[in-house]
Design a protein around this ligand. Sequence first.
Ligand code: G3I
Length: 334
Amino acid sequence: LNIPSVYQTLSDYFPVGAAIWQGNITGPHSVLLTKHFNSITAENDMKWDALEPTEGNFNFATADALVNFAMANNMLVRGHTLVWHNQNPSWLFKDANGNDMQPTPENKALLLQRLENHIRAVVGHFRGKVYAWDVVNEVIDPSQPDGFRRSKWYEITGPDYIERAFRVAHEADPNAKLYINDYNTTDPVKRAFLYNLVRDLKQRGVPIDGVGHQMHSNIAWPSTADVIATINLFAGLGLDNQITELDVSVYTDSTTSYASPPQDVLIKQGYQYRDLFRAFRYLKDEISSVTLWGLADDHTWLSTPTRLNWPLLFNEQLKAKPAYWGVVDPSQLP
Ligand code: G3I
């Protein structure tokens, strides 16, 4: 790949971001964040349950704090996420009588109206501040014959909620870049369903700018060949690509568990980060940003009380790991 092997910063080829929470915008975490990153995503604070806990009542306080921090530090903000099957308030899928929604024409109209109200309010509130939105998240399920996840959204509206979400988001902020976001996009079956969906959306004039590839990875997966093939596939439709939730698990199975990360595993992780970023930089004309799904290993969705993980660039003491050197100067790796 025709790219230099030593980099000045993480973000020399494209903006590089981190998913953050409130604890990251003060103290040492905020110093680390502004030193190395020039974009942020709210890890949870822009999801539906956080922003509209009861119908029509919006709570922007925490999200605003993150956005104001980003603005004050010249950082971009990616919005995550307008429509998802997780982290929704319980009222969202109740019918007019307060019962669980069943698929009827009335409920379809009601749910699409709620979707429209939410997107207009949220995208409108952040207009001019959030430059890119994950409009719909994780709508593909390759185990379904038609590839559509059987979420409550799908059950009540069919695939119509997807198109409606993009159209309303575009009306609410015509300058925001709009993405469909998903995981395992290098999987050939899932990728094909996603490709057919976005091609169809584009053909019908739906305002979609690109594909967000979450890229929750591990030290042996995915391969750079699969990443390159995937990004080029979507770029061939004239779509932008963003890497939206990158992390590299130290585990390659679901049973291994370390009390602390073995040094050889951290070095393998460094090489995996090197390889992934080499591919991203090689694809710099097709990829407009890369976001890590967390700032440092002291806070990651992959760690549970019974099974820790260390998937990010900085350790629990906020010090650079081999993973960081794999990205900015692989010659430092043993
Ligand atoms: O906010 C509540 C808090 O009030 C409560 O006391 C506490 C007790 O468990 O839970 C808190 O909610 C947690 C929330 O994170 C905020 O910390 C939820 O339990 C927990 O499930 C939730 O996890 C988030 C997860 O999405 C939910 O599905 C992770 O932090 C977040 O990293 C993760 O992010 C997702 C992306 O949005 C989409 N792609 C996959 C990615 C990883 O799962």
